[in-house]
Design a protein around this ligand. Sequence first.
Ligand code: ZN
Length: 76
Amino acid sequence: MVIEKDFVEEVAQAVLPSPVALPVVFPEAFDQETKPTCQHHWVIETANGPISWGECQVCHEVKEFQNSISDADIGY
Ligand SMILES: [Zn+2]
């Protein structure tokens, strides 16, 4: 099976000569371009003011949430 052997060597040569490090992917660019749609499962931190921070348990995206405090409660 000389043909098979040659074929294997060809493949090996095609793969081996480039042990180059993978390009660095910047997380921010990665998020904008290729992040699949996530049905965010927000877990909101305990309210500490008019804004709370929540983190998605699926994709760990962080987002600020306005607490639903009515104006009547704030204006004291
Ligand atoms: Zn998410």
